[in-house]
Design a protein around this ligand. Structure first.
Ligand code: NCD
Ligand code: ZN
Length: 346
């Protein structure tokens, strides 16, 4: 029997953390091997809150790329309560800035500068709507009274529903959705509302955090949810609906920062991202839908051209190392010490 192969238009990653400094140089090649472009998250310290900072960060990313890489970082601005409509006009006029990221203050890694009161940023969001500049949302409330497994659903009720009604012309991406409630919301919303889905939320449910003991490398935000939610995500991702597209949310942290008494949130999935997505689509009997999800729906939503080149996957396993070198320290990739079922053929 010949090995099954799948050639698709080269994919893009619509939600990615690559950090900065030495760690940037260590993690970036994993993404640049597979993906032609990635939406780069702005949650550095200090946050990438202006066009000037975004362009400087872009230069550092380009400088960190291996010589042979063919990869374009798509920059984003971090929305703060100090962001002005003028910042938005500058961003919209700049060919390298593609979106603005909303973090509720304190929601996740480096989110201290996020938005406390959405009403305060309404003039900024109005300008984004005018300019057609996409708003990317970390869709969770941060209220400690709300159960952590319910924070996405409560965000929809308290904030997202109102935002979608108020800004019918604003491209909005509900990032890294994790629940059936989010899938249903996006399906019912108008065409200006889309969502990204990570590989780890498609592969794992919340049991993976407690599998025989506490598994810090499966802790991310939004936190993994119960199996019925995972199944809804798989159904949405493999449906062919253009509202859903690939965003890994690969979020590297040094091993010691994960394996700690207060471990950081984030899964490092970039090493074998496309292999993991291929496995999910294969299991769902939907390999024919992978190209749309990974390579078409994202650029179409962002009004960017689809990539001209291709990526080939083969149904052959590959060993996943126990650790990867993050320069500052080792990191632990998703499914460390295990195997992929698919491999990208380079
Ligand atoms: C991200 C990070 O580490 O920057 N962590 C995560 O668990 N996804 C932040 C984020 O996107 O929430
Ligand atoms: Zn993220």
């Amino acid at each position: 029997m010949t090995t099954q192969t799948l050639t698709i238009t080269r994919p893009d990653d619509w939600h990615l953390h690559v950090r900065d400094g030495e760690m940037l140089g260590a993690v970036l090649p994993d993404t640049a091997r597979q993906f032609a472009r990635a939406i780069i998250m702005p949650n550095l310290k200090p946050p990438v809150a202006t066009v000037e900072l975004a362009l400087a960060y872009r230069d550092r990313i380009l400088a960190a790329l291996p010589d042979e890489a063919d990869f374009e970082p798509l920059m984003t601005l971090y929305l703060t309560e100090q962001t002005t409509p003028d910042d938005i006009r500058q961003a919209a006029d700049n060919p390298f800035v593609h979106a603005v990221k909303y973090y509720p203050a304190g929601a996740t890694t480096n989110a201290a500068s996020g938005v406390r009161d959405l009403e305060r940023v309404m003039p900024v969001i109005e300008e984004m709507e005018k300019q057609g500049l996409p708003l990317l949302m970390h869709g969770e409330v941060t209220d400690s009274e709300i159960d952590i497994f319910d924070r996405e659903a409560v965000f929809i009720e308290r904030h997202l529903d109102g935002l979608v009604k108020r800004f019918p012309g604003l491209p909005m991406v509900f990032e890294h959705i994790t629940t059936s409630a989010a899938v249903d919301f996006v399906l019912a919303a108008p065409d200006n509302v889309a969502a990204t889905i990570t590989a780890h939320h498609l592969l794992l449910n919340r049991n993976a955090i407690f599998d025989g003991g506490l598994r810090p490398h499966h802790y991310c935000l939004p936190v993994l949810k119960r199996e019925s939610n995972r199944q809804s995500l798989v159904k949405a991702a493999t449906s062919g609906n253009p509202k859903f597209f690939l965003g890994t949310d690969s979020a590297p942290h040094p091993k010691s920062a994960k394996e700690s008494d207060c471990g950081c949130a984030g899964v490092y999935s970039a090493l074998h991202a496309m292999e993991f997505y291929a496995e999910v689509f294969d299991d769902a009997g939907a390999l024919d839908k992978l190209e749309g999800f990974a390579s078409f729906h994202g650029p179409d939503f962002y009004r960017l051209p689809r990539n001209p080149d291709t990526l080939t996957l083969v149904a052959e396993p590959q060993e996943i190392p126990e650790t990867v070198d993050f320069a500052v320290e080792d990191g632990v990739p998703l499914r460390a010490g295990g195997q992929t079922r698919w491999s990208v053929r380079y």
